[in-house]
Design a binder for this molecule. Sequence first.
Ligand code: FES
Length: 186
Amino acid sequence: MSHLADDGASGEPRRGFLTHILAAGIGLLVGTVPVLAGLAFFLDPLMRKKAGAAGDGFLKMPVTLEALEVNGEPQLVKIIMDKVDAWNTYLQQPVGSAYLRRTDKDKVVAFNSRCPHLGCTVDYKTAEKIYFCPCHASAFAVDGQKQNEIPPRGLDTLDVEVRNGSEIWVKFQQFRAGPSDKIPVG
Ligand code: FES
């Protein structure tokens, strides 16, 4: 009996204290969850961007070194890769194209096919051996140098590596159309 009476007398303030602690904990949890969710929402694209940037940024081209003749005609290849904007990743999207030209036994030169004037896609004219832009008649030599005063600069070169003997890997990049300097976009 006296045992129960003791518990009642000394347990009251303790229960009150525990109730306060519990209430404070629940309050903290309720307040923290939305903050953490918001933080995750903000960080998500940044984290995805980091994940998308894994590797060295080079893409394996759908042609091999053997498929290109030394000093032969440039070959146009479509560039398919994951596209990331501020909040979304679009898997395997066409993002542009590049001309590949083999200039030596194990050397390949790559150009972004976008005209540096205003961004149309340039064609390669086999007979004249020039790249030509149908939009405003920019012309470029086979080595990418501009051939008239219309384009602000030559064709934009891309980094290329030959790996494992015959694989062609390109670091695809877009550049701003208009300026005389080659300025990467993004
Ligand atoms: S966009 Fe190519 S010449 Fe203007």
